[in-house]
Write a protein that binds this ligand. Sequence first.
Ligand SMILES: [Zn+2]
Length: 179
Amino acid sequence: MASPAFEVSLQAGRRLFEAGAFHAAHEAFEDGWRVVRGDEKRVLQVFVLWVAALHQHTQGRGGGARRLLARALERLTAVAEAFDGVDLDSLKSAVIDTWGQIVSGDEVRPVWPAELRAGPALVSLFHEAPCPTCGEPMALSIAPEDADGASYIEDCGVCCRPSAISVSRDGVTVRRLDA
Ligand SMILES: [Zn+2]
């Protein structure tokens, strides 16, 4: 799973990227790049270089843009194939498309790459809900394989009454089981 700093930086940069604010997007990606490590750092650097190239292009500096795109593609080759935050083939195609559009003089229309979500996207693995019998908080630990949907029974640690827990990608519900 991607680190929180990577996610926050990627999504903040994405909003600015989609608004065409490439210079601001560059800073958002760079903020994340400073604190993450390993492949996440390499991938954020690809985004930093890509949006820097888009910014250069909007400033009429096509040569500088192409050099930045070449560096972005070079960084991509150093990322492990199993990277799970962003689809690397889709990112590579997006960078190459930008390059082709700049070289051919076509309108540059950058497309955000596909993102990959390993594991649960919507359900947190740790969930707290009041016990439906006594109202005390129950700390539920959801197994990763249950995050897409599961039902089970769990006893409250305080009043020991059982509750029916159901997990779906929309959330977690806790229902009183009356004996
Ligand atoms: Zn209870």
